[in-house]
Write a protein that binds this ligand. Sequence first.
Ligand code: NAP
Length: 334
Amino acid sequence: MPTTTTRVTLARRPIGEATPDCFSIETAPLGELEDGNVRVAVEYVSVDAGQRTMLRGEGFHRQVGIGETVLAGGVGRVVESRADGWEPGQAVRGGLGVQTLVDLPAAHLERIDEAVAPLPAYLNALGGSTGVTAWIGIRCVAKPKPGDTFVVSAAAGAVGSIAGQIAKRDGARVIGIAGGPAKCGFLTDELGFDAAVDYKHDDVTGRLREIAPDGVNVFFDNVGGPVLDAVLDHLAMRARVVICGAISQYDDMDHVVGPSKYLRLAERQSTMEGFAYFHFPESIPVASAELASWLADGSLRCREEILDGIERYPEALQFMFHGGNTGKLLVKIG
Ligand code: NAP
């Protein structure tokens, strides 16, 4: 039984990009397992855009202190237990952090069932910050109607790729905005989106005018910045803009650039509304059950991009912020 854990800690607060030198990799001894706790061998950790905002020292999300283990949702397996009813081998999900082994109170963990889906799916389609966010964003906030033109940004990423598929399932005409021809091809050829816009090469507003001449009824934005402005410039009347996130702003949260085209909301009698998935706790089990059923019947397509080894975590945020991932970005720990 190993007596040490290897963890990724925050060495310095990033200025701009979270580059690999912002992190350290350390090995530390594990003490005796305490009563009520279990020891978990971490198998995968989730890489989320929002993790960048946890490295600032202040903000909406929980923060990582200098020298502390980087926070991350993860899945793994109990290897030792001093908690009643918890046996070694049990697969679990929780705030495991970027480390190989972690001791946690069993009450902080959720048992997961590998008969329902393999472990990575619990961070992807079934994950709170991924599939569940997409489901809640669509079903509780954006609520696209049949025939609506629905646009999603960061469309080939974890949340966006699932949000677009749910909007399509709900009868909308779905357009994804993503960086590069390979991602745009993934959206139309593999996920069944109706069209894709390559924001790195196309004039986004111009392309939207061509492919959606009547305007955008619902915009599900994960990106902010120029992409948000470009879509605001082509809203239909009574459109709904849903702010799920704004990854283009996370590297410099002290100087967030707001939309310069926000008067389009007044001109088109439209609304803009933000949400976080945990604002809808009652919907989380409903979302999880429905997402699991779509996974089981093969109607929800999900891709994972996996960086193999804990030593890859320090490059993970930079990889994501440069658009390296298609689908959900994970780091395989053990
Ligand atoms: P993701 O979409 O899997 O990855 C992020 C993608 O964003 C990248 O692959 C990249 O794709 C794109 N991107 C990066 N920088 C960009 C820029 N400057 N301009 C345009 N696109 C850029 O990440 P995720 O973890 O699923 O997060 C997606 C969004 O959901 C984030 O805004 C996140 O904060 C939000 N979120 C919200 C909630 C909530 O409860 N509201 C929960 C979880 C996540 P390209 O190659 O296409 O550029």
